[in-house]
Design a protein around this ligand. Structure first.
Ligand code: FCA
Length: 327
């Protein structure tokens, strides 16, 4: 080979190198969730993995239980040369910090479930979001409670309505407001509402909050319970059982429809966990992951806000409903 030819070949190889490296390194997309142990988020991850497989990118899943871990995860994604991420932050008020970190690292970011807000509590407009139609879904839970109250022949003015509350999270506030409005519209007296503020959005926090509320309101012998998710309602149902308020005196309807609810439905005897509004981890996990991938690789920005709907599900129709939802 002549010297010239060899040089030409070397140059050609050098020019091809960046592409070769690119082909060997698949695109990386992060999926950061605030509560990795919660079945809902496990399901979201599972469907995001499915998206990664279908589209040929690598999914990087990181649990971010607090702000510090969240910031470290974003830096870690950048160090791994990810191109973007989906996030459900541990606190929506971290929105400005998320946005800044994403911009600094040139990462595309989209929020899922909990919409990020700025210092004034306003949604951050340049972070696309997919969440549930919180108020409507809450209303479906409330209407389900009303139906069951009627079916049991209970009088609304004798029923305590336990709202497991997590009001610092807008979607949580909207969900429980929807449920409450449905109960009020059916005739629940305002004085029958009992708030049980939870410190975190898990079962244990709901259990503790509900316990206090039941102790303070022993005058009610029959209860309905609602909250932002299945864990909130399950905590209330377990606390009620501990005080002798069993399935015949408690109707709880959650939101989610993941394993937390399915475990209750699969028990031989029905519990106070009467139902749930099934929402779609498939849409939230699969579609957000694909949206960020297409945004980062093809410049196609996701719509600013997408809100998904839900379906009331009980132990009786769970198999059928889940099948309809492709779960
Ligand atoms: C919030 C809740 C989760 C789930 C999700 C859709 O993030 O904390 O439990 O309901 O919305």
């Amino acid at each position: 080979m002549t010297m010239q030819r060899r040089t030409a070949l070397t140059l050609a190889l050098l020019a091809a190198a960046p592409f070769a490296a690119h082909a060997a390194d698949p695109v990386k997309i992060g999926f950061l969730v605030k509560q990795a142990e919660e079945p809902w988020f496990q399901d979201e991850w599972r469907f995001a993995e499915q998206a990664a497989k279908d589209k040929g990118f690598t999914l990087v899943k990181i649990g971010i239980p607090n702000g510090e871990k969240m910031m470290a995860a974003i830096d870690n994604l950048a160090a791994q040369k990810a191109v973007g991420f989906v996030i459900c932050a541990p606190d929506v008020k971290l929105g400005v910090a998320v946005n800044r970190a994403a911009k600094r690292h040139k990462l595309k970011v989209m929020s899922v479930d909990d919409q990020l807000v700025d210092g004034a509590g306003k949604p951050i407009a340049d972070i696309p979001h997919m969440g549930i139609s919180a108020y409507e879904i809450g209303k479906q839970a409330g209407q389900g409670l009303v139906e069951e109250i009627k079916a049991r022949g209970w009088k609304l003015d004798e029923v305590g309505a336990l709202r497991v509350a997590f009001d610092q999270l807008p979607t949580a506030r909207e969900r429980t407001q929807g449920a409450l409005d449905a109960l009020k519209a059916a005739g629940l007296p305002a004085g029958n509402l009992v708030d049980a503020p939870q410190a975190k959005t898990d079962t244990e926090s709901a259990f503790n909050a509900a316990n206090i509320a039941f102790t303070k309101n022993a005058k009610f012998k029959r209860w309905v319970a609602f909250g932002l998710n299945d864990e909130a309602v399950l905590g209330a149902v377990r606390a009620a059982e501990g005080r002798g308020i069993k399935q015949d005196a408690m109707v709880g309807i959650g939101i989610g429809g993941s394993q937390t609810a399915l475990n209750e439905f699969s028990k031989a005897a029905p519990t106070g966990f009467f139902g749930t509004v099934l929402i779609s981890p498939k849409r939230h996990g699969y579609e957000t992951a694909v949206a960020v991938y297409e945004w980062a690789t093809a410049g196609k920005a996701p719509p600013p806000v997408t809100l998904t709907s839900g379906t009331l599900m009980t132990r009786h129709n769970q198999a059928e409903i889940r099948k309809q939802m492709g779960l």
